[in-house]
Design a protein around this ligand. Structure first.
Ligand code: S3P
Length: 434
């Protein structure tokens, strides 16, 4: 599908973004291995989270979805209650599903095979195979290329103290989940703090999880648990989805947008800090706790932006927002430098390359580097025909960029937004009508 986006005079109004993707995945997974029922409200019904749902159905878990779609009940079967799947567990485009479920499957008494789409077949899985193997797991890449398909066979797990070379919540969560099934206390240390939804949710369920900063980085530990109990959770809105409206409101003159009920866990708010440092007028209102996480409304007004440098420590807190941050940088005056973000090369697409191509097609001055991008802001931007490269975040970033450019933009393969935000285009047009 192609989507054409026209420039707009201004954006105005209120928008509620769908539930957080990372938290939605975790709620289903942890609900499945808890005993009893888990009720998840404001669940993100996007292709990625539905991949998680489908894998757990194949593992013998019953899930009830209400017809309106935002509530899901997981009938958990306990830590050892999953059943051997009779077919391959297909994780679609979702690295979160693939990497987190691997930690759970490594501790089961049955074998599983995981596979995914063409993009997931290129994503690095050695980063989880290495620590899981150190724990005693029997995990193999069937094509011996460090990617899916993966075969995970039963094994007895023992705790490890793992120094992760990358700040990755998926690696950290995978190891912590395997740690639930291991003998002893499992510890993961990462160089910078990545999103901590796993730690927060598991400790909310009564698991013995602890986190601290050490001289080597940020440490999270878990002790094995005999039982987790089902829970009720209302998932806050996804800041990674809110980021598109935030960026759109900042760059389109005369805009004022209220984004309701957005998760503002400090491990995710790098985009707020970066945009505020650029001069963005963003107010954080009505702070509250929802689903064990901080949430708030964001009031955003268009602003004159200036370029910034984004440092290493901040990268994990806005990793998924870097394409849209590059869009902000293209509309800012001065230079924006993004470094220490080589992880972008192994996302749904090589986001250094795909962000560069998308912004260049629209006239921006952007130079890719091995681990980031340098954007010289202020060049006049024009509409273009641009490719999503089947990457949802590239499609949504292009749509935002198009709103303040000269002339229309056509996004090819625009339906890939279904991965994280199926109603994105209609929510965007609700702010531009009139
Ligand atoms: C996620 C962690 C991040 C992020 C991804 C979701 C998660 O990946 O990019 O979209 O839910 O744990 P990494 O852990 O690979 O950095």
């Amino acid at each position: 599908m192609k989507q054409t986006i026209h420039p707009v005079k201004r954006l105005n109004g209120t928008v509620c973004v769908p539930g957080d993707k990372s938290i939605s995945h975790r709620a289903v997974m942890f609900g499945a291995i808890a005993s009893g029922d888990t009720r998840i409200s404001h669940f993100l019904r996007s292709a990625d989270c539905l991949s998680t749902v489908s894998c757990f159905r194949k593992l013998g878990i019953e899930l009830e979805e209400d017809p309106a779609g935002e509530t899901i009940i997981v009938h958990g079967r306990g830590l050892r209650g999953l059943r051997e799947a009779s077919e391959v567990l297909y994780t679609g485009n979702s690295a979160t599903t693939t990497r987190l479920i691997s930690g759970i499957l490594a501790g089961q008494g049955f074998a599983s095979t995981l596979d995914g789409d063409a993009s997931i077949r290129k994503r690095p899985m050695k980063r989880i195979m290495t620590p899981l193997s150190l724990m005693g797991a029997d995990i193999r890449s069937l094509h011996e290329n460090g990617c899916v398909p993966l075969r995970i066979a039963p094994a007895v797990l023992h705790a490890i103290d793992y120094l992760s070379p990358t700040a990755s919540a998926q690696v950290k969560s995978c190891v912590l989940l395997a740690g639930l099934y291991a003998e002893g206390t499992t510890t993961v240390t990462e160089p910078f703090l990545s999103r901590n939804h796993t730690e927060l949710m598991l400790s909310g369920l009564g698991a013995r999880v602890s986190s601290r900063k050490t001289e080597n980085g940020y440490e999270a530990s878990i002790a094995p648990e005999p039982e987790l109990h089902g829970f009720d959770i209302t998932i806050p809105g996804d800041i990674s989805s809110a980021a598109y409206f935030l960026a759109a409101a900042l760059i389109v003159p005369g805009s004022e947008v209220l984004i309701k009920n957005v998760g503002i866990n400090p491990t995710r708010t790098g985009i707020l800090q970066a945009a505020q440092r650029m001069g963005g007028d963003i107010r954080i209102l009505n702070q509250k706790i929802q689903g064990g996480e901080m949430a708030a409304d964001l009031l955003v007004r268009s602003s004159a932006l200036t370029g910034i440098e984004v440092g290493a420590e901040m990268i994990p807190t806005l990793i998924d927002e870097l394409p849209v941050l590059a869009v902000l940088a293209a509309y800012a005056s001065g230079t924006t430098v993004i470094r220490h973000a080589a992880e972008l090369r192994v996302k749904e697409s090589d986001r250094i390359e795909t962000t560069t191509n998308m912004l260049r097609a629209m006239g921006a001055h952007i130079t890719p580097t091995p681990d980031g991008m340098v954007i010289e802001g202020g060049a006049p931007l024009h509409g273009a025909v641009t490719d999503s490269c089947l990457d949802h975040r590239i499609a949504m970033s292009a749509a935002v960029c198009a709103l303040a450019a000269e002339g229309p933009t056509t996004i090819r393969d625009a339906e890939c937004i279904d991965i994280s935000y199926p109603s994105f285009y209609s929510d965007l047009s609700s702010l531009t009508e009139g």
